[in-house]
Design a binder for this molecule. Structure first.
Ligand code: 23J
Ligand code: MN
Length: 257
């Protein structure tokens, strides 16, 4: 008998498979991206108590939330970027939900990112990974591990007078990922692009090239140091916001053992 769904259920029940949480807690203190001052800014996550088993609601507690779509661990839809504005079904509520569950590989850049705040993921890094693990399969999530999620406070954005400094892919690296026809690209930093990504041609190549090609992004991931390089399943469904350009979400990985 081969019922593949039952196999997954059994693997989880027996402990043969387990779930890794790749999500940061939504917290008003978690940093959000800071853009140059001439641009509109990302609102932080905010929670307002409506009642807490008191005169405002004697038997219930609940909150009103305020947040930007790109707050905390979040998903980027193609329409987030001008290059993807006409991508069919490019908003979070329109994307085929089959895209929210799928294979994932992890490229470990933690050694390079430990010594270089502006570490670049290059085609050479990707090709070296492929020599070891095989070619990145089509329609796969590719995550860039930097261990940047272990930073906190001002070290996370790492702002300098000339803007933020954090690792990210070069335009040529993004082009190679598109040649592999990946599903999307995720990072542990506040953006899919490097902090200094505005200086590339095109500026912010991960956003520009990936979204223009109808691919997705994930940012502010964590626990990538617990992930195997290949063989995991990613579960990442964004909120169904009408016309939404992205959304905070719970990102889970299913791994063997
Ligand atoms: C808006 C403008 C520039 C960037 C971003 C948002 C993000 O990184 C994001 O959260 O998508 S670089
Ligand atoms: Mn985003």
């Amino acid at each position: 008998m081969s019922d593949s769904i039952a196999n997954v259920t059994d693997a989880l029940a027996s402990g043969a498979a387990r779930i890794i949480d790749l999500t940061h807690t939504l917290d008003p203190d978690f940093p959000v991206i800071i853009l140059p001052p001439e641009f509109g800014q990302c609102a932080r996550f905010r929670m307002e108590e409506v009642s807490a088993y008191d005169h405002r609601g004697p038997a219930w507690k609940w909150h009103n939330l305020t947040l930007n779509e790109h707050t905390g661990t979040h998903f980027d839809a193609p329409i987030h970027w001008i290059s993807g504005k006409d991508v069919p079904n490019g908003a979070v509520d329109e994307i085929d939900p089959a895209a929210f569950i799928g294979p994932v590989v992890v490229i470990d850049c933690s050694a390079g990112a430990a010594t270089d705040d502006d570490f670049e993921l290059t085609p050479e890094t990707i090709e070296a990974w492929e020599t070891e693990h095989g070619m990145i399969p089509a329609d796969t999530w590719v995550l860039m591990r930097t261990d940047w999620s272990k930073r906190s406070g001002t070290d996370y954005l790492n702002m300098a007078p000339d803007g933020p400094h954090s690792p990210g892919p070069t335009p040529a690296a993004v082009e190679l990922l598109l040649k592999r026809n990946i599903r999307g690209f995720g990072t542990e930093t506040v953006g899919t692009d490097a902090g200094q990504g505005m200086h590339y041609v095109p500026p912010y190549p991960a956003h520009y090239l990936l979204h223009g090609a109808g691919k997705f992004g994930l940012q502010c991931l964590r626990n990538l140091d617990q992930m195997p390089p290949t063989g995991a399943l990613l579960i990442a469904p964004p909120l169904k916001i009408k016309g939404g350009t992205g959304s905070p979400l719970r990102v889970l990985a299913m791994v063997t053992r």
